[in-house]
Design a binder for this molecule. Structure first.
Ligand code: SF4
Length: 280
């Protein structure tokens, strides 16, 4: 049973549900939930699709796509690339540095378990330093080597095999966390959320940043179960060419870069958020 109500943050500790900054949308969502009268919340309902569209187009969707990784066909080599990128994103480090470091791995052709093992500790530290990952270079190089050894030993270097061997969603997360000397909740969450439509057992809870942004935009209320509520919203307002992972990643970007830092004055979703509107 997945009863936990704690959520890992991007590079942070697990925390309880975040409180939304925007009380207006929380209020409007609550009104709609209670009354179910479309006329009362016409503005809210009509604008949900446009808000989602703008959110994805302005903030960006899946990080894997931004890195040129194609997860859509479930090919093992592409899934591994995303796994490596997720490991880099998982540290307390800027997104730009993680992206730059991934690009360094790509430039050196070090994008498989075998290549990582061949490159060795010194070579990995050099790649990590070139990408600006200097703060975590030694520890990340060590961890990557340990993870690759386990991946080769237990799953023939293929993450699809790891998925096949998992009994259910929780077991999948546990198998991933058990690689090397352990992979953190944040990294596993990042990795699995973009595999939702690829792996049937990939179904992690949304991160607290996703929930924070979703609540501020009025997509979900304080009392709703976040994942099923967000999926319901997405199914009712699907955008052509995009999937739920794009929606989730865009919310993550908003939560991380704006809501968490309380940058409402610079936020591209300020108009839609309604945080300047007054609730009596
Ligand atoms: S940062 Fe943007 S989405 Fe978040 S509360 Fe402020 S205006 Fe709303």
């Amino acid at each position: 049973m997945r009863e936990t109500r704690l959520y890992g943050s991007e590079g942070g500790e697990a925390k309880a549900f975040p409180t939304p900054i925007c009380k207006y949308n929380e209020y409007m969502h609550g009104v709609f939930q209670k009354t179910k009268l479309l006329s009362i919340c016409r503005y809210y309902m009509e604008n949900v699709k446009n808000t989602i569209k703008k959110l994805i187009s302005v903030l960006g969707g899946r990080f894997s796509e931004e890195l040129g990784i194609d997860l859509s066909k479930g090919i093992s080599t592409e899934i591994f690339k995303w796994f490596l990128a997720s490991k880099l994103f998982g540290a307390r480090i800027g997104t730009n540095i993680a992206i730059k470091t991934y690009k360094e791995f790509e430039r050196h052709g070090v994008l498989s378990p075998e290549k990582i093992l061949e490159t060795g500790w010194d070579g990995l530290v050099r790649i990590l330093d070139d990408g600006g990952y200097a703060r975590y270079d030694f520890s990340t190089a060590t961890k990557l080597l340990e993870i690759m050894k386990d991946l080769k030993k237990f799953y023939h270097g293929d993450l699809n095999k790891l998925h096949e061997m998992a009994d259910d969603e929780d077991d999948l997360e546990d198998l991933l966390k058990g690689l090397g000397k352990g992979i953190g909740d944040v990294t596993v969450n990042i990795f699995l959320r973009e595999l939702r439509s690829v792996w049937k057992r990939a179904n992690p809870f949304p991160s607290e940043l996703v929930i924070l942004a979703a609540r501020n935009l009025g997509f979900i209320s304080q009392t709703e179960e976040p994942l099923s509520a967000l999926k319901k919203i997405w199914l009712a307002h699907t955008i052509k060419g995009k999937d739920f992972s794009d929606f989730e990643a865009a919310l993550l970007r908003l939560g991380k870069d704006f809501c968490k830092k309380r940058k409402c004055d610079k936020c591209p979703m300020g108009e839609e958020c309604g945080c300047k509107k007054v609730v009596s």
